[in-house]
Design a protein around this ligand. Structure first.
Ligand SMILES: *Cc1c(COP(=O)(O)O)cnc(C)c1O
Length: 367
């Protein structure tokens, strides 16, 4: 007998989430300077932190002896105005990841099931496993969500459907018509989660999922300050839902889950439309730069509407490791059922060039 025999058996089978490798870790391993490393692995903002958030954080440094507002009154008020909904329809998370976990906890458990696409965000699968929930993975249309098949996969014990839009890691997007059709088929007691972590920087019009919230449907929209506003290090995300679900989600939440600095930064960031617009432009030109290079290299890629792109390099893990030896960190996606592909975040022109050069060399060395 060892202590691990007493460890929760649902947790034992979980394969822990593997984040994008940190610049400092690769620098230590390769014994080179962090300045010589390009990280395009975690869809972080290549433009840095949104400047209005920086100003707000500086102002808040001297308040760090105080507990934050556990109810995030001001941030919820700002978000409510921004989206034209009621503050009590908003929940704040330690990143939207925390909300994904709390939803999976709140509505999952033994005897229930969760529906999601075969190629989608890994955390949707990790958390339900913790709670003994069955995971139903639905085959895709190309690499995109097949909403018709997803609707048909809903069973009587299904409690949640996760829809990631634009989808991580494929970069695909689903439009209004498909979603409206889907929502007609979903039973009222199934929570539909629209994870819109990339909505603000999406390269195509986002479907109007807020309408479903306004109609009182059982939905939750997830947004994040990590990607569009460059605040990944602070961990602030939020959910928009019915006031009934928002209240329920207060139960599994840890008190003070969203820190003071994060709340202040998010409030300021929300007004920085210029930063988001500028980011969108950088991503647009980066997408054409990298997809252009893929065409020249004769590589299949998935047309993307987010700030990352999926490229079919063959043996993604091997290519990832070889790129890392050249100081470029990307993401292998074998854990996402896509072993032949890599996911590359869109960076600045210079970062993208470093990636393209390194990829060209790596592919030549493999041939
Ligand atoms: C990055 C990401 C998240 C997590 O965002 P945080 O707010 O940083 O927790 C959630 N969903 C998807 C699809 C993501 O890509």
């Amino acid at each position: 007998m060892s202590i691990s025999d007493f460890f929760n058996k649902n947790l034992k089978t979980i394969v822990s989430y593997v984040p994008g490798k940190q610049v400092e870790a690769v620098a230590r391993e390769l014994k080179i300077s962090p300045d010589d490393i390009t990280k395009l692995a975690s869809n972080e903002s290549p433009l840095g932190v949104c400047p209005s958030a920086v100003r707000a954080m500086i102002e808040y440094i001297n308040k760090m002896n105080l507990y934050p507002d556990a109810g995030a009154f001001e941030l919820k008020g700002k978000l409510a105005k921004y989206h034209d909904i009621k503050p009590e329809q908003i929940i704040i998370g330690n990143g939207s990841d925390e909300i994904i976990k709390d939803i999976s906890f709140g509505f999952g458990g033994a005897g229930s099931s969760i529906v999601m696409s075969k190629y989608t965000f890994l955390n949707y699968k990790i958390y339900p496993k913790m709670f003994g929930t069955e995971i139903i993975e639905v085959p895709t249309k190309g690499l995109s969500h097949d909403l018709r098949a997803m609707a048909e996969s809903i069973k009587s014990n299904t409690r949640i459907v996760f829809i990631c839009n634009p989808n991580n890691p494929t970069g695909t997007i689903i439009d209004d018509a498909e979603i409206i059709e889907f929502m007609k088929k979903v039973p009222e007691n199934v929570l539909v989660v629209f994870d819109e972590a990339y909505a603000e920087i999406a390269q195509k019009k986002m479907p109007n999922t807020l309408d479903f919230v306004r109609q009182g449907r059982t939905v939750m929209i997830l947004r994040s300050f990590s990607k569009a506003y460059g605040l990944a290090g602070l961990r602030v995300g939020y959910g928009i839902t019915t006031s009934e679900i928002a209240e329920l989600m207060g139960k599994p939440r840890i008190p003070f889950n969203c820190n003071y600095m994060g709340q202040a930064a998010a409030i300021a960031a929300l007004e920085d439309a210029d930063f988001v617009q500028e980011s969108k432009k950088v991503y647009k030109s980066g997408i054409s730069q990298i997809s252009g290079a893929c065409k020249e290299l004769n590589l299949q890629y998935e047309p993307t509407y987010a700030n990352f792109i999926l490229i079919r390099t063959g043996n993604g893990k091997d290519v990832y490791e070889k790129l890392m030896m050249k100081g470029v960190i990307v993401r292998p996606v074998d854990a996402y059922n896509l072993p032949e592909w890599i996911r590359v975040s869109i960076g600045t022109r210079e970062q993208n060039n470093k990636f393209i050069d390194a990829l060209t060399e790596v592919l030549a060395s493999i041939k």
